[in-house]
Design a protein around this ligand. Structure first.
Ligand code: ATP
Ligand code: MG
Length: 394
């Protein structure tokens, strides 16, 4: 056992009675993610998930990379375990972190002793190990305020662990503790970020995408599936329900006043998404809507759109600036795909002068000529379910 990963729990530690349930889910998620990289033992002790490779042919690099995408852990350490003895700790630091120390001009040791039976306290451990390291690396100066490199020593129940600086984990809550939601996923920048944000709160997601062939191309559909695939790195495999929207959009174009096209189209999206959500046990709808971004995202317009459904509509981006959304999209790796130029069905038949302050009765009047139920039923019948996995494509 040369190396082990310690994933430190985030918000879960604040949980009361259901903490065990949250921890159980996290352990299960970590096990599932690690299974692809070989045989690992996964257990939780003292607010930390231990990920321990059980055979020399485990793919440690792949497993370590995957740990960065698991919701529920706030920081990740790649460590060398050793006996709880000063000599063994010093040897482990030398063998495991020696080359990093050789590249540094200054260092410090930070220790944490959760096993209170260990005879030295944290400060004494740091002094002992720090003193020996300074002797072994004469070029190194001790700098407790701004060191080039920090050596961490943790004295825990089972062993001592030494490691360098921790890396940030994905944060949030373990996938699955927050139920399921249906995300309306377009090919834009916003909705993949909205999906990520809701998934980060422990929610499993199911996606719904509307496409209007031939007005929108096969490439636009592929782009959305690729966005979903990128999201699965965080939230595991998911289904994208691809709904043919052409007939509905043409019916709106042919029978409704132009100023209401987008609003009526969005009402259809919500109705259909709600049906799909209910049939998959989803308890909410999620969109990338953002107050004031476009005509259909004023408070009045969103009220009219939301009036056709009963499920709560979550809009995690509602108060964010575009720049903030773009920053998250870049960080989670969806931006480059989102900015590919393929069109979305929202841009088909867009009105020149969309209503920005609609009233519900006038919108209901505007869609009165449509056979709403029949249109929805046909769209649902033709919905294609595509299972998306991170490594296996679609
Ligand atoms: P952009 O970054 O271009 O704003 P967007 O996905 O937010 O991308 P909007 O026109 O602002 O596009 O749409 C608002 C929301 O409506 C989206 O965030 C998404 O949740 C939903 N939506 C739009 N078009 C579709 C679509 N074709 N399929 C599913 N949901 C869609
Ligand atoms: Mg948008």
């Amino acid at each position: 056992m040369n190396e082990i990963f310690l994933l430190k729990l985030g918000e879960i530690v604040l949980k009361g009675q259901n903490r065990k349930q949250f921890e159980g889910k996290l352990r299960q998620n970590v096990r599932r993610r690690m299974s692809k990289y070989g045989e690992f033992d996964v257990y939780i002790i003292q607010s930390t998930v231990y990920v321990e490779p059980k055979s020399p042919d485990c793919d440690l690099e792949g497993a370590w990379e995957a740990c960065h995408y698991i919701f529920g852990a706030v920081s990740l350490c790649r460590c060398r375990p050793c006996e709880k003895k000063l000599e063994a700790i010093f040897d482990a630091v030398q063998a495991y972190l020696g080359s990093s120390l050789d590249c540094a001009a200054s260092f410090k040791v930070e220790s944490k002793r959760s096993d209170k039976t260990f005879p030295l306290n944290s400060i004494q451990i740091s002094q002992e190990i720090g003193g020996r390291l300074a002797e072994a690396h004469p070029q190194l100066k001790v700098d407790v305020h701004h060191p080039d490199y920090t050596v961490y020593v943790e004295i825990r129940d089972l062993a001592a662990y030494v490691h360098g600086p921790a890396e940030p984990g994905a944060g949030g809550l373990p996938t699955g503790v927050g139920g399921r939601a249906a995300v309306l996923l377009s090919g834009g920048i916003d909705s993949p970020v909205a999906a990520y944000m809701i998934a980060k709160r422990g929610v499993e997601i199911e996606c719904v995408h509307f496409f209007s062939y031939p007005y929108t191309s096969e490439q636009a559909r592929e782009k959305v599936l690729e966005l979903a695939r990128l999201l699965t790195r965080f939230c595991g495999r998911m289904t994208v329900n691809v709904v043919g929207f052409t007939e509905i959009q043409e019916a709106i174009r042919d029978h409704c006043p132009e100023g209401y096209f987008t609003l009526i189209m969005r009402r259809f999206m919500m109705r259909i998404a709600q049906r799909i959500a209910r049939s998959h046990g989803c308890l909410s709808l999620v969109t990338g809507e953002n107050l004031g971004q476009v005509a259909s995202q004023t408070m009045e317009a969103m009220a009219v759109t939301g009036a056709v459904v009963d499920l709560p509509i979550f809009t995690p981006l509602i108060g964010m600036d575009k720049e903030e959304i773009v920053t998250i999209a870049r960080r989670i790796g969806t931006l480059d795909t989102s900015i590919l130029p393929y069109e979305d069905c929202c841009t088909v038949f867009t009105p020149k002068h969309p209503k920005t302050k609609p009233h519900l009765p006038e919108v209901e009047q505007a869609e009165a000529k449509l056979d709403v139920e029949a249109l929805i039923a046909r769209a649902l019948e033709q919905t294609e379910k595509v299972m998306v996995r991170y490594d296996g494509g679609c």
